[in-house]
Design a protein around this ligand. Structure first.
Ligand code: SF4
Length: 336
C-alpha cells in the first residue's frame, strides 16, 4: 500500500521517496503544506520525478465525503479514513480574517462526557498524526488560510499525545504552515497524567480544560474521567503547567440548565481557581435532538458571567456557531 506523504518532514520525504537531492524533499513538503495536493501541480519539480512520485506515492490517505456550511460561515467536513472510519472537522470563521480549525484526534471517544455526542459513539481508534494533519490540509485547500488550531474535535487529545505532538511539529515547521505554538491549543477533559507529560515533554502549546464544575460529585456525574482524575490532582497539574509555561489556561464551562448554571456554582469556581491565572470560556449547551439536558437561560448565563467578570476574570461566551449543522461544541458525531 502506498504511504501518504502528508505527515512527513522534508527529511522523511527524502528517505521515503529515495530522493538523492535533499532540497527536493523540502520542495515537496512545502507544496503539500501550502496545500497543493496534486503532484502534477508541483511546478518546480521535474516532470519525470512527478510521474515517478505519482506512481509510487500518494499525498493523502483520507478523503472528504461530505460538507456543510452554516449562516456564520462555519464549515464542517466529514472525512473518510483509509480503514473507512469516519471523522468530522470544523472550521470556525470569526469574521476578522481569522479562521480556527477544530482538529479531531481520535475516531470516537472513550470519555463519555454526558454533554457530548462524540462520547455516545464510543471509542474506535486513535488517529495517526498524518490523519490529523490531513484534516488541516483538506480544509485549507477548500477554504484558504487557517490561522488558529484547536485540538478539540472528536476525541481526547491527551490520550493520543505522541501523534498530536508529531502533528504540532509539522504544523509549526518553518518550511510549511509555520503556525506559532501560541496559536495552537489543546483542549482536554482533564487527564492529569497527560497534562504533566505535556508540561514536561511538550508540545508546548496553549492548554484549555473542560472544567464543567468544581463540585466533584457533579463533575463525576457528567464527566466520568473525574473518577481517575480528581479535581485536586487536576489543579496541581495545571499549577505545574503554568509554572513552566507562564501562560494562562483557558477554563471551558459547558453550561447546563439547573446543573451548573447557578450563581453559587460561579462563586465556587472563583474560590477553586486560586492561584491559577485563567481566562474563562462559557459554552451554553447545544442539546442534541434527543437530549434530556437543557440549555441554560440567557439570564443565568449573563449572571454567571457577571460574577466571574466582577472578580476580574476575562470571560468569553461561545456563541452557537455551527449549531444548525451540528458542528458546535459537543455535537460532532459520525455513527455510520
Ligand atoms: S467532550 Fe471531548 S473528551 Fe468528552 S466525550 Fe466529547 S470528545 Fe470525548
Amino acid at each position: 500500500m502506498k504511504q501518504a506523504l502528508s505527515g512527513l518532514t522534508p527529511e522523511q520525504i527524502n528517505k521515503q521517496c529515495l530522493l538523492d537531492k535533499k532540497f527536493i524533499g523540502k520542495q515537496i513538503f512545502s507544496w503539500i503544506q501550502k496545500p497543493v495536493l496534486d503532484f502534477d501541480k508541483m511546478t518546480n519539480i521535474s516532470s519525470v520525478l512527478r510521474e515517478k512520485l505519482e506512481k509510487k506515492h500518494k499525498i493523502l490517505s483520507s478523503r472528504i465525503l461530505g460538507h456543510q456550511e452554516d449562516e456564520y460561515g462555519t464549515q464542517k467536513i466529514l472525512i473518510e479514513l483509509e480503514d473507512k472510519h469516519r471523522i468530522e472537522t470544523v472550521l470556525l470563521n470569526d469574521g476578522k480574517d481569522r479562521q480556527t480549525i477544530c482538529l479531531s484526534t481520535q475516531a470516537g471517544c472513550a470519555m463519555k462526557c454526558r454533554f457530548c455526542r462524540t462520547g455516545e459513539m464510543g471509542f474506535k481508534r486513535n488517529l495517526t498524526h498524518y490523519e490529523i494533519i490531513e484534516q488541516y490540509l483538506l480544509m485549507a485547500e477548500k477554504f484558504g488560510n487557517i490561522s488558529n488550531v484547536v485540538f478539540m474535535g472528536m476525541g481526547e487529545p491527551l490520550l493520543n499525545l505522541p501523534e498530536v505532538r508529531k502533528a504540532v511539529k509539522i504544523l509549526h515547521h518553518l518550511d510549511g504552515q509555520n503556525i506559532s505554538l501560541r496559536k495552537m491549543t489543546l483542549s482536554t477533559c482533564g487527564i492529569v497524567k497527560g497534562i504533566k507529560e505535556m508540561t514536561q515533554e511538550g508540545p508546548h502549546i496553549r492548554l484549555a480544560l473542560s472544567l464543567f464544575s468544581v463540585d466533584q460529585a457533579v463533575r463525576k456525574q457528567f464527566m466520568p474521567c473525574t473518577k481517575k482524575n480528581p479535581l485536586e490532582d487536576l489543579k496541581e497539574a495545571l499549577v505545574e503547567y503554568q509554572a513552566v509555561m507562564k501562560r494562562e489556561v483557558t477554563l471551558e464551562i459547558t453550561m447546563i440548565k439547573s446543573i451548573n448554571d447557578s450563581a453559587q456554582a460561579a462563586r465556587a469556581i472563583l474560590s477553586w481557581i486560586k492561584p491559577l491565572r485563567v481566562n474563562i470560556n462559557l459554552i451554553p449547551l447545544n442539546p442534541g435532538p434527543d437530549s434530556e439536558l437543557k440549555a441554560p437561560s440567557p439570564e443565568s448565563v449573563n449572571s454567571f458571567k457577571s460574577i466571574l467578570q466582577g472578580a476580574g476574570f476575562s470571560v468569553s461566551q461561545r456563541f452557537q456557531k455551527g449549531d444548525s449543522i451540528s458542528a458546535a461544541c459537543g455535537q460532532l458525531a459520525s455513527f455510520t
